[in-house]
Design a protein around this ligand. Structure first.
Ligand code: ADP
Ligand code: MG
Length: 386
């Protein structure tokens, strides 16, 4: 699929009032932002609009509030942005006061609105609400890549009322993800792990048109091991039927573990062992890919020219089961070619092990990243196409 974006650099934005949808949905604990990557990734767009002397109104959601919930206020993000941009960032407490704030702003000033999901009209993509949001601005720029799979007022609705353009982050994401879909270099390997087969089935089906193989680990692999008729004990397993269908239809592209790291249910250290997949006991749980599998995956990844990584190879929250994931990421680091990662828990794992430099690109999207790879139409992206 070709994505012909309406780019903001192609518009005359001088002295416009720009409503910018960003994805500042970051984890905040005790008013401290745990990871600022999503915010930092939008700075180029903000700087660009500053250079065009725009009045900039940033809009984002944070979490899933039901009505107003000050634990999910964007105030800490405002404070962080003020520091980062080295100037005061206006805070718009509610939608009724947007115009009043805009009137006080000089050209080049930046404002951020309170969590847009404090209004339930937002997720309903209400026409009235979209109109109200749009009325404060003359242009809409969408830079919230991580939210483009949602048809909400601030991602889709406002585009009905304002000339709309993709921001620099959206441009970058689309460009990098397109490399995975159009004319990729081969061998092309997808390292797929994580929790559920059912979450990833569409992705496997769509990517299989282009890719050479999927190396499958994580809890996902358990479903395939079960589908092949082996005992999986107390392991996390889902959709064995789906796994069986995939094995039948594209078995030669699916590279599955030959061994796994297992332990008993209470995860006692002394019960951890490396087991062949035909030797998992009924009281055991598969928690990571095994040693032989890790070596096999590593070799297949290393000789690739395009690699996607989504979903940890094991239960990475426990250090006893992080080796497979780390080894796979290390192997990806030595690939001479395109090396892209995406997915919420995937990102957490990359950050936890400080392995960002193993990748040529790390998407800021979870669901949006997966849906693009699935070949689904993202409503927030559709409104940015020429
Ligand atoms: P992403 O958000 O990157 O798309 P997923 O949500 O599919 O990834 O999966 C991530 C979760 O899968 C992680 O929290 C990880 O602990 C879990 N997981 C991976 N392998 C196993 C396993 N063998 N047993 C239990 N949980 C696992
Ligand atoms: Mg997840």
């Amino acid at each position: 699929m070709q994505y012909n974006l309406k780019k903001m650099e192609e518009a005359d934005l001088n002295k416009q009032t720009v409503l910018v949808r960003v994805d500042f949905n970051v984890a905040i604990s005790n008013k401290k932002i745990m990871n600022t990557k999503r915010i930092d990734s939008t700075i180029p767009t903000i700087n660009y609009l500053e250079s065009k002397n725009c009045r900039i109104i940033l809009v984002s959601h944070l979490g899933r509030p039901r009505g107003v919930d000050m634990n999910l206020s964007l105030q800490p993000v405002r404070d962080y942005l003020s520091e980062k941009l080295n100037k005061e960032v206006y805070f718009i407490k509610n939608i009724e006061s947007i115009n009043e704030t805009v009137n006080r702003m000089n050209y080049g000033d930046v404002a951020i609105m309170e969590n847009i999901r404090f209004y339930n009209e937002e997720t309903k993509n209400s026409e009235k609400f979209s109109k109200m949001l749009a009325s404060s601005a003359s242009v809409f720029v969408s830079d919230a890549f991580g939210t483009l799979h949602r048809a909400h007022s601030s991602t889709v609705g406002v585009s009905q009322y304002l000339p709309s353009y993709a921001g620099l982050l959206v441009e970058k994401e689309v460009c990098e993800i397109s490399k995975l879909l159009d004319n990729p270099s081969h061998p092309y390997t997808v390292a797929l792990g994580g929790a559920k087969v059912s979450d990833k089935i569409k992705l496997i089906q769509n990517l299989s048109k282009n890719t050479d193989r999927f190396v499958i680990g994580g809890a996902m692999a358990n479903s395939f091991i079960r589908a092949m008729g082996f005992e999986t004990g107390k392991s996390l397993v889902d959709s064995v039927g789906l796994a069986k269908q995939l094995l039948d239809s594209m078995g030669n592209k699916l590279i599955l573990p030959v061994d796994v790291i297992v332990c008993n249910e209470s995860m006692d250290r002394e019960t951890i062992r490396n087991a062949k997949i035909d030797d998992i006991k009924i009281n055991e749980t598969a928690m990571d890919i095994g040693n032989e599998t890790t070596a096999m995956f590593r070799d297949l990844i290393k000789e690739s020219r395009t690699v996607i990584f989504n979903g940890p190879m094991g239960y990475v929250e426990n250090e006893s089961f992080e080796n497979g994931t780390k080894a796979v990421m290390d192997a990806i680091g030595s690939v001479n070619g395109v090396r892209v990662a995406g997915g919420g828990d995937t990102l957490s794992a990359i950050e936890k092990f400080h392995m960002e430099n193993r990748f040529s690109y790390i998407s800021t999207g979870g669901g949006a990243f997966l849906e693009m790879l699935e070949g689904s139409e993202l409503p927030g992206l559709k409104v940015l196409l020429k």
